[in-house]
Design a protein around this ligand. Structure first.
Ligand SMILES: [Fe+2]
Ligand SMILES: [Fe+2]
Length: 330
């Protein structure tokens, strides 16, 4: 039996503040936007549409190993099965991330010091609940319940985010880094998936995410400026580690195993995956755009909040990210 729950010990400070005047108009504007732009996953998504699992879900070019002989030798049915398992594996990781985000934001309601930030975080709790609702319903109703367990990396990241006692560490981990990764992925799936229902769901989720990233960019600069050298060091370490967890180690081993591929074939795909990233195939093109998109957004957001310095730049370079990358060059 797969493990389906665990308890995470945390020591968080609940700030019951009672100043109700608007102190941060930009956060209040985000709160107003959140109320205005709510959508309802049960009413606004057309659940009557069928998902054609014989066609596959994601664009074939997104499947790791696409273009290799190993996958070219699979017959059409088996390749479509792999597409479905791979897509569901990836959506499952996003789903677990949405559930974790909901928990983190519920902690943030308690922990953030100002009322403006508390109001906004209250809306993000319901946004993330809706994202977990819509993705789980898609997997349960349309994909035969194919929900894969969360990866070690996602678990480690959320253990840290949920267990940590400082709100700004949670916000760097969730809104600044994990959500950047999720946004790039939702954008790519929303633009390229074969399944129109999933494309629609991704676009709806994306419409909420810019507010969430906006919260980090508005709330973190002052908090980070006020940190002691020791706290800053801890935040820098965590930032480096969180980026590593988010960007690496996401190989969907179980998806290949589910369609009966052996260890030799899977090793071949892992090897090819690295080469493809450097090559000029369609798959490489997707991957490069995706990496460029994430790297640019991570660096831009880190700069906005005051988290780019000599130490973090060296962490970024170690991960193959150019700390001077700019949106203009993308
Ligand atoms: Fe979300
Ligand atoms: Fe979000």
């Amino acid at each position: 039996m797969a493990v389906t729950s665990e308890s995470i010990q945390t020591n968080l400070e609940t700030i019951f503040q009672r100043v109700y005047t608007v102190e941060a108009p930009d956060l209040r504007r985000l709160y107003e936007n959140a109320k205005r732009d709510q959508w309802n996953a049960s009413r606004d998504v057309d659940w009557s549409r069928n998902v054609d699992l014989e066609q596959g879900i994601f664009a074939d070019g997104l499947i790791d190993g696409y273009g290799t002989d190993t996958l070219a030798n699979l017959d059409q049915k088996r390749f479509a099965d792999l597409n479905v398992e791979f897509s569901c594996w990836r959506i499952s990781q996003l789903l677990h991330g949405e559930e974790g985000a909901m928990l983190a934001c519920s902690q943030l309601v308690d922990m953030v010091p100002s009322n403006d930030a508390k109001f906004f975080q209250a809306t993000q709790v319901v946004d993330e609940a809706r994202h977990a609702e819509v993705l789980s319903r898609y997997l349960l109703e349309k994909c035969g319940g194919r929900i894969y367990p969360l990866t070690a990396n996602v678990k480690t990241l959320f253990d840290y985010i949920l267990g940590h006692g400082k709100w700004f560490v949670k916000t760097v981990g969730l809104q600044l880094l994990a959500e950047t990764f999720a946004v790039s992925l939702f954008r790519m799936i929303g633009e390229t998936a074969k399944d129109p229902l999933l494309r629609d769901i991704c676009k709806r989720i994306l419409s909420d995410e810019s507010r969430h990233m906006g919260f980090s960019v508005l709330s973190l600069p002052d908090a980070i400026r006020g940190l002691s050298p020791g706290e800053m060091r801890e935040l820098e370490e965590f930032t480096g580690e969180a980026i590593r967890l988010v960007l690496t180690g996401q190989f969907p081993q179980e998806a290949y195993e589910t369609v009966g591929m052996g260890a030799g074939d899977i090793a071949e795909i892992k090897r090819a995956r690295k080469e493809i990233a450097l090559g000029s195939t369609d798959a490489a093109h997707f991957r490069r755009l995706f990496r460029r998109d994430i790297h640019t957004t991570v660096v831009t957001n880190m700069r906005k909040v005051g988290l780019i310095n000599e130490r973090t730049s060296s962490f970024l370079r170690d991960l193959g990210i150019d700390p001077n990358i700019s949106a203009q060059a993308a």
